[in-house]
Design a protein around this ligand. Structure first.
Ligand code: 5GP
Length: 192
């Protein structure tokens, strides 16, 4: 698939009940990620945080973010269960792959693709906090209005968006569309 979406791609994957529109362009993403990188570099000056990417969705955002940092850092990854092949949260979160780094007394920055209900952030915070790190902060590319209160935890937000399903820039629908360089809304077609 090309890095730009067109209606034929939706038909190819039996998504002809949906239309799409570009929500955040490649340029807007680049500009914002650069700003986040500058802010994080400033806040963590003199520290060596462990940056933990939440697979799969955060891989492009994380790759771009770390290239905009001018501090030393280490990386690790973990994987949690997500939407499966659906566009709605299952309401439960499970750990599929754990980190391997020793994070005791370390500054942790968790990189999320998108925060929706807030369940994943809450789950990850509780899981990582057990290892007694010095600090845990979350950075997310996108944030929907969360249903649970995680306000103090998500310190860096790329874009606040409304409550619709988005794809591209690492985000999938049934494992497709992750390579799109912009972020698109998938909107159900209106019945005539
Ligand atoms: P939460 O636990 O906050 O409800 O959901 C977080 C996870 O759900 C994200 O890391 C992502 O995997 C998935 N998710 C939430 N909203 C969307 C969306 O609009 N599009 C896609 N592709 N995944 C989403």
């Amino acid at each position: 698939m090309a890095t730009k979406l067109n209606q034929l791609d939706l038909e190819k994957y039996n998504l002809d009940k949906y239309t799409f529109e570009e929500l955040i362009s490649e340029k807007e993403l680049n500009d914002r990620v650069k700003k986040l990188g500058q802010q994080i570099s400033k806040d963590y000056k003199g520290k060596i945080p462990v940056i933990i990417g939440v697979l799969n969705g955060s891989f492009l955002f994380m790759a771009d973010l770390v290239r905009n940092l001018n501090i030393d850092f280490e990386v690790d990854f973990l994987k949690i269960s997500s939407y499966g092949n659906d566009t709605k949260s299952s309401g439960t979160v499970g750990l599929i792959k754990d980190i391997s780094a020793d994070i005791k007394d370390r500054d942790i920055i968790v990189v999320e693709d998108i925060v929706d209900t807030g369940l994943s952030v809450e789950f990850l915070y509780n899981r990582l906090n057990k290892e007694k790190p010095s600090s845990i902060r979350f950075v997310t590319c996108l944030k929907k209005p969360s249903k649970i209160n995680i306000d103090g935890l998500v310190n860096y937000i790329g874009f606040n968006i409304s409550d619709s399903f988005v794809i591209g820039y690492g985000l999938d629908y049934a494992q497709k569309f992750r390579g799109l360089s912009s972020i698109y809304n998938l909107n159900p077609k209106k019945e005539n």
